[in-house]
Design a protein around this ligand. Structure first.
Ligand code: SAM
Length: 151
């Protein structure tokens, strides 16, 4: 239904959990290298439970490579703490790409600067950021909700 992109993920259980979210929403998981782990990692598979083999997962050498292989009208949302636009104010469409940053550093500044209009955030207080898999769940299920309810 959607495309979830993790840019240079570092922690296997996070990616495992995101994989599970993708399977549960019929979404494709895109992983941008370098990865901080092997795709054979036991922790990754444990967090993804037995479902990993059923998941539609693709790996790319760079975000640019991923973009080059998509239709020119593909839409990207960059999910970052560094935006003033709330994710629930975005209007998601089927097949949109939801792009998330690495656990320690977030998305590269250059990517955010080049896509200011398409950056969204999860408003919060009292913490610097949310866990990566938690952030994916919040935005992905809002996108699913919009598809299901048409609002
Ligand atoms: C642990 S966070 C990265 C923290 C990094 N210091 C930063 O500020 O971007 C990993 C990823 O989760 C997503 N994320 C976590 N909390 C978020 C929030 N409140 N709003 C938007 N994205 C968030 C972003 O995609 C982020 O790159």
């Amino acid at each position: 239904m959607f495309n979830v992109v993790l840019v240079e993920p570092e922690i296997p259980p996070n990616t495992g959990n995101v994989g599970r979210l993708c399977l549960a929403t019929d979404s494709t998981l895109h992983l941008i290298k370098p990865l901080g782990f092997s795709l054979e990692d036991r922790q990754l598979k444990r967090a993804g439970l037995d479902y990993w083999e059923e998941l539609n997962v693709r790996t790319w050498n760079s975000f640019e490579e991923l973009q080059r292989q998509q239709p020119t009208d593909a839409r990207y949302f960059f999910v970052t703490t560094k935006s003033g636009r709330a994710y629930f104010d975005a209007k998601f469409q089927r097949c949109d790409f939801l792009v998330f940053g690495r656990e320690t550093k977030g998305l590269p500044e250059s990517l955010l600067r080049a896509n200011v209009e398409n950056c969204i955030t999860i408003p919060m207080q009292g913490a610097r950021s949310l866990n990566l898999a938690t952030a994916v769940a919040i935005v992905l299920f809002e996108a699913v909700r919009q598809q299901r309810t048409g609002t």
